[in-house]
Design a protein around this ligand. Structure first.
Ligand code: DOR
Ligand code: ZN
Length: 437
């Protein structure tokens, strides 16, 4: 893709397709941002453009990348599919998602992988990447050349869907992934056998201590030094022993067992929602947390109403992730700079995709947030699952979302444009033109 500089523009008299006017650049000046061909071409004084959006009164942020979502689809379409999941992402200021491969059936072959890509290309409203499952028998190299973004989440503990790996199997898998130059993303937990009767038991059976041990065990399985990313870490002590990049979810940052009744299966998730004490301890590691990801894991209300031990684990969250954090910014509990680092810059760097941002050449994905909060209600949200564990929380949802320079959401109206597939760096194209949705 051609990247036009401001000077090119003046010489060639190509009008920007869009100018965002009066943007308060975080820790910078007020500027107009000119966009052409999906990139920022100029930040400074405004130029005439095909379309101008006045951003006065809005927080303008580069749009977020969520490296951990379960978009479901196929036999699980009653929970979610690419259309509803990606609309939910856009409505939460997320323009790139990384889909996890524990679909039913799971993504274990290049054929299943490409079918998943085709489904997303046909239906997704946001840009996307898809990971490869990790089982002892997957064809690692073929998954890599098919375009897998990363390998995982690799289940080093059983969860609702997805095959669990034993230590020896994990060791072998990490060796294979390392040889390809790939990234392994790991769900690290330990499970004590027992009766999973309520949230207290769930927390005890998948205890903070076992999570910490699992992280240490993962490192012991990785003598070759494969690049590792830890998914959804739920405790401070596990983070302390993690050597790879660390992702934390909004549900572990904002919810605790004490906030609901112990028998509530809606809050059942792996790793578990912890005690209020553990939740507070997690916040003390804020500076070590590389990124926030939602682990958007929609299940229907009917499934979540099953007796606790039979209910599936997982909560939806792609739409509420940035909005909940924006409310924290408004209350000055976290900084906008940290929010952008942990939801935009660090995830893009982990994946090796172009960063969204304000500088010329940056990917022109933005979200415009008003400066006041609303209360989260399920009716406001777009996931097919129809519920949220954050009901009643304060949040700021974007009013306008821009993807590749096009307005894809404005005042509740969606438009399906510019969604891209980001293939992993091992991708070997078979035919031309596979990279557009
Ligand atoms: O609670 C969870 N649900 N944790 C996972 O790791 C998987 C997820 C799901 O797919 O539902
Ligand atoms: Zn997981």
């Amino acid at each position: 893709m051609t990247i036009w500089s401001g000077a090119d523009l003046i010489c060639m008299k190509r009008r920007p397709a869009l100018v965002l006017e009066n943007v308060q650049v975080p820790r910078g000046r007020r500027a107009d941002i000119a966009i052409l061909d999906g990139r920022v071409v100029h930040t400074g004084a405004g130029a005439a453009a095909d379309r101008v959006i006045d951003c006065t009164g809005f927080f303008v942020l580069p749009a977020a990348v969520d490296v951990h979502v379960h978009m479901r689809g196929g036999s699980q379409s009653a929970k979610e599919d690419w259309k509803t999941g990606s609309m939910s992402a856009l409505a939460g200021g997320v323009t790139v998602v990384v889909d996890q491969p524990n679909t039913v059936p799971p993504i274990t072959t290049p054929e299943a992988f490409l079918a998943r890509i085709r489904d997303a290309q046909a239906h997704s409203y946001c840009s996307f990447a898809v990971n490869s499952s990790v089982t002892p028998d997957i064809p690692f190299e073929a998954m890599w050349t098919a375009g897998a973004m990363a390998f995982g989440e690799t289940f080093f503990a059983p969860s609702t869907y997805g095959e669990t790996l034993a230590a020896q199997e994990l060791s072998r898998a990490l060796g294979r992934i390392h040889a390809l130059g790939g990234l392994a993303t790991i769900h690290a937990e330990g499970v004590t056998p027992g009766e999973d009767t309520d949230l207290v038991a769930h927390d005890a059976l998948r205890s903070p201590e076992r999570e910490r041990e699992a992280v240490t065990a993962v490192h012991a399985c990785n003598p070759g030094g494969c690049r590792i990313h830890f998914c959804h870490m739920s405790t401070a002590k596990a983070i302390d022993v993690a050597k790879g990049t660390v992702e934390v979810t909004p549900h572990h940052l904002f919810l605790s067992r004490e906030k609901t009744w112990a028998g509530d299966p809606r809050f059942k998730v792996n790793p578990p929602i912890r005690s209020e004490k553990e939740r507070k301890a997690l916040w003390t590691r804020w500076d070590r947390i590389d990124m926030i990801a939602s682990d958007h894991a929609p299940h229907t209300i009917a499934e979540k109403a099953l007796p606790f031990s039979n209910a599936p684990s997982g909560v939806p969250g792609v739409e509420t992730m940035v909005p909940l954090l924006m409310a924290e910014v408004l209350d000055r509990r976290i900084t906008l700079t940290d929010l952008i680092r942990k939801t935009v810059t660090a995830p893009a760097a982990l994946l090796g995709i172009p960063p969204a941002g304000f500088a010329p050449g940056d990917r022109a994905d933005f979200a415009l947030y008003p400066q006041s909060t609303v209360t989260v209600e399920p009716e406001l949200l777009h996931s097919r699952c129809g519920w949220t564990p954050f009901e009643g929380s304060r949040a700021i949802f974007p009013e306008t979302v821009i993807l590749g320079g096009a307005v894809v959401l404005r005042e509740g109206e969606f438009s399906r444009r510019n969604a891209l597939w980001y293939a992993g760096k091992g991708y070997v194209p078979k035919t031309q033109g596979q990279n557009t949705a």
